[in-house]
Design a protein around this ligand. Structure first.
Ligand SMILES: Nc1ncnc2c1ncn2[C@@H]1O[C@H](COP(=O)(O)OP(=O)(O)OP(=O)(O)O)[C@@H](O)[C@H]1O
Length: 350
């Protein structure tokens, strides 16, 4: 019998993924990663719901304590990034180093199973011509999570199944109801689990970074106001600057060394190119010449036309057809050919 380990967060997506796989004839084992230290309300609730689902499906439930890995790879990474004046994206890092990697390792080493599944909205196909696994957008474009999955390696893609890639969220809830799963009507979780657990990103960061007052300046260095800590700001931010000005002002730079927030008009917050580091070429081998693609520079941003120029040391330069607003160091840039994720990486400070 085919066996698969399903990552169960206690939400409707992963519960439904497990039920679908079981119906397809897989022997399913449930695995919940215990991620957060402290009270970890979302994790403890999630673990209980995941246990309930395993009971309901009549499958084994394993809980793996991975709090130290989450602390080092996500919390410390975020705190270091925000302290240095960048806005790190934790989710792609979390998927690769906290979720998929450790889950597949656990499945292989402790259970002798070589496949894992999650409730992510994405698809994986295999291209025999290039001998590569390809990551593709989900049918439900509104739920598509490929932006957070660009960093998965070929080994991880080969060992992963996404049962919800062809399913819309509405259909997922219908399937969950048909299986009578307890989680069928569970509310949607927020995009960022840390925000869900802490109320806001600001509240989370204030636990780790002591707010340090400083100056808000324009590009010439003229002081326009005061800020409460560089880590409270992000590139492109307009609200909450507390400066009265004739035209709208946006954050265009964060100087952690001088403890300054730099603001400017909308034009100065746009860029026609940027560089990207720690690039992972997902579905194709690294090209040797520039390629045309469509890039997303934020999770919810529209894909825009771009030329991707390969550089040395896993870096690329992105040259946008039209200048883009609020290119944010630390966020991911992910480029696509239609629904295929070609590659992605972390936007560098310019
Ligand atoms: N703590 C965890 N342990 C195991 N797997 C997890 C955990 N958190 C998330 N996952 C897996 O990653 C998938 C995507 O997680 P995400 O945080 O985006 O939740 P989601 O889309 O709201 O899904 P769900 O409805 O299953 O919570 C989940 O469907 C699940 O398979």
């Amino acid at each position: 019998m085919k066996k698969v380990v399903v990552g169960l967060s206690g939400g409707v997506d992963s519960s439904t993924a497990a039920a679908i796989l079981q119906q397809q004839g897989y022997e399913v084992v449930g695995l919940t990663l215990w991620l957060m230290k402290g009270k970890g309300q979302c994790c403890s609730e999630g673990m209980i719901d995941a246990a309930y689902i395993c009971e309901q499906l009549g499958i084994e439930h394993h809980v793996v304590d991975i709090r130290e890995v989450f602390q080092t790879n996500i919390i410390d990474y975020l705190v270091a990034g925000y302290s240095a004046g960048i806005t790190p994206l934790p989710c792609s890092q979390c998927n690769k180093t906290v979720k998929f990697g450790p889950m597949l390792d656990y499945a292989r080493e402790h259970l002798g199973i070589d496949k894992i599944a999650t409730g992510h909205y994405a698809k994986i196909t295999y291209d025999a011509a290039t001998n590569r696994y390809q990551l593709r957008r989900a049918v439900d474009r509104n739920k598509d999570q490929t932006y957070f999955l660009y960093d998965l390696s070929q080994d991880l893609l080969a060992g992963t199944v996404f049962p919800l890639g062809e399913t819309t969220k509405t259909e997922t809830r219908q399937i969950a109801a048909q299986f009578d799963l307890k989680t069928a009507n569970k509310p949607e979780s927020q995009d960022l689990c840390l925000v869900e657990a802490n109320g806001s990103m600001r509240q989370f960061l204030d636990k780790y970074i002591t707010p340090k007052q400083g100056e808000i300046v324009d590009a010439t260095g003229k002081v326009l106001g005061q800020h409460e800590g560089v880590h409270h700001y992000t590139i492109g931010q307009r609200r909450g600057l507390g400066i009265a000005a004739a035209e709208p002002l946006y954050v265009i730079g964060l100087d952690a060394v001088m403890n300054r927030v730099i603001v400017g008009d909308r034009t100065s917050a746009t860029q026609s190119e940027c560089t990207v580091q720690r690039v992972n070429w997902v579905s194709i081998a690294e090209p040797t010449a520039p390629i045309r693609a469509e890039v997303q520079v934020r999770y919810r941003s529209q894909p825009v036309s771009v030329t991707v120029i390969p550089l040395e040391n896993s870096r690329v330069k992105l040259v946008f057809d039209e200048p883009q607003f609020s290119i944010t160091p630390g966020q991911a840039a992910v480029w696509y050919d239609g629904d295929i994720v070609l590659g992605g990486g972390v936007i560098e400070r310019q």
